[in-house]
Design a protein around this ligand. Structure first.
Ligand code: HEM
Ligand code: HEM
Length: 284
C-alpha cells in the first residue's frame, strides 16, 4: 500500500478515536455522577439517555463510519464488504439516534414540556431527517446492483458533501443541546459561577468539536482516499472478504508496487491533487 504520510494518517486516526472515546466516557460520567443516572421512567434519568445515545451513536459511531473506507489495511478487502461495513455502521448510528429522540420526546410528554421549540431541536431533527434520506439514497444507489454506474458517479460528490455536512450539523446540534441543558439545570450554583459540572461539560463540548474536526480532516485528505479498484485488480477477484497479507495486499504494498510499477491512482493524485472527483472513486 502506497499511502502517502502513513504515519500522519495513523496519528490522526488514533487521536480522533481517543478523543471520541474520551467524549463518550465524559458524557457517561456527566449523567451518572452529576445528573442522577440512567433509567426509562419518564423522568430526568430517561432524558439522560438522550445525550448518552447521541454522543455515542450519532457522533462517535457516525464518525467511524465516515472514515472506514480510508483505513489502509481494509484496501485489500472487497469494496462490497466495505460498503456493508459503512452502511451497517451508519444504520446502527441512525437506530441509536432514533432511540435518543424517543427518550427526549417521551420525557417531554410525561412532564408536559412543549416539543420542538428550540433551535437545538430544529437543527437536531433536521439532521436526523437528512441522515435518514442519506441512508436510504446510499442504500438504493450504491448497494442495489442494478443502479447504473453513471448515476452512482453523478451522485457521489453529493453523497460525500451531504454526509460531511450532516455530520458537522450533528456536532453543532450537540453543542447547542449541551449549552441548553447546562443553562436549564444549573441553578444553585448557577452556570455563570462556573461550578465543576459546568467546567466538565464545557470540556465535553470541546472534545466533540475536536472529534468533528479530526474526522473531517481525515475524510477530506485526497491522498488518504481508498485507491480506485482499477489500481488494485487483485481485489476484484475476491468476492466478499479480504485477501490475506500473503496472497493480496500487505499494509505497505499496493498491487502496483508488487508488480514494481507506480500505483496509477497515487501517481495521478501526485500530478493533480485536486483530481478527487467521483470518477476517481473505486467501484462506487
Ligand atoms: C431536545 C435532537 C444532542 C440536550 C431535543 C429535541 C431534538 C433533539 C429533536 C426535541 C425533543 C422535543 O422537543 O421533545 C438532538 C440531536 C442531537 C442532540 C439530533 C445530536 C447530537 C443533544 C445533546 C444534549 C441535548 C448532546 C445535551 C444534553 C437536549 C435538551 C433538549 C433536547 C436539553 C430539551 C430542550 C429542547 O427541546 O431543546 N434534542 N439532540 N441534545 N436536547 Fe437534543
Ligand atoms: C463515501 C457518508 C451511507 C456508500 C462516503 C463518504 C462520506 C459518506 C462522508 C466519503 C468517505 C471518503 O471519502 O472516504 C455517508 C453517511 C451515510 C452514508 C453519513 C448515512 C447516513 C451510505 C450507504 C452506502 C454508502 C448506505 C451504500 C453502500 C458509499 C460509497 C462511498 C461513500 C460507495 C465511496 C467510498 C470511496 O470510494 O471512497 N459516505 N454515507 N454510503 N459512501 Fe456513504
Amino acid at each position: 500500500m502506497a499511502m502517502e504520510n502513513y504515519k500522519q494518517f495513523l496519528f490522526f486516526l488514533a487521536t480522533s478515536l481517543s478523543v471520541g472515546f474520551v467524549a463518550v466516557v465524559f458524557v457517561l460520567r456527566w449523567v451518572l455522577y452529576f445528573r442522577g443516572g440512567l433509567a426509562w421512567d419518564g423522568d430526568q434519568a430517561e432524558f439522560n439517555w438522550h445525550p448518552v445515545l447521541t454522543v455515542t451513536g450519532f457522533i462517535f459511531i457516525q464518525g467511524i463510519a465516515i472514515v472506514v473506507y480510508r483505513l489502509p489495511w481494509t484496501w485489500k478487502c472487497s469494496k462490497l464488504m466495505m460498503k456493508f461495513i459503512h452502511a451497517g455502521l451508519n444504520t446502527l448510528a441512525f437506530i441509536i439516534a432514533i432511540i435518543s429522540l424517543v427518550a427526549v420526546f417521551d420525557f417531554h410528554n410525561t412532564k408536559n414540556i412543549p416539543n420542538m421549540y428550540s433551535l437545538h431541536s430544529w437543527v437536531g431533527l433536521a439532521a436526523v431527517i437528512l441522515y435518514a434520506l442519506q441512508l436510504l439514497l446510499g442504500l438504493c444507489i450504491y448497494l442495489v446492483p442494478i443502479t447504473p454506474v453513471s448515476i452512482r458517479a453523478a451522485f457521489m460528490p453529493i453523497h460525500v458533501f451531504s454526509g460531511l455536512f450532516i455530520f458537522a450539523s450533528v456536532i453543532a446540534a450537540a453543542l447547542m443541546g449541551i449549552t441548553e441543558k447546562l443553562i436549564f439545570s444549573l441553578n444553585n450554583p448557577k452556570y455563570s459561577s462556573s461550578p465543576p459540572e459546568a467546567i466538565f461539560v464545557n470540556v465535553l463540548g470541546l472534545l466533540l468539536l475536536l472529534y468533528g474536526a479530526l474526522i473531517l480532516w481525515i475524510a477530506t485528505r485526497s491522498p488518504w482516499k481508498r485507491p480506485s479498484e482499477q489500481s488494485a485488480p487483485a481485489r476484484l477477484t475476491n468476492g466478499g472478504g479480504c485477501k490475506s497479507d500473503r496472497e493480496g495486499l500487505t499494509m505497505s504494498d499496493s498491487v502496483a508496487e508488487v508488480r514494481n510499477e507506480p500505483d496509477p491512482s497515487s501517481e495521478a493524485r501526485r500530478r493533480n491533487p485536486n483530481q478527487d472527483e467521483a470518477g476517481q472513486r473505486s467501484t462506487m
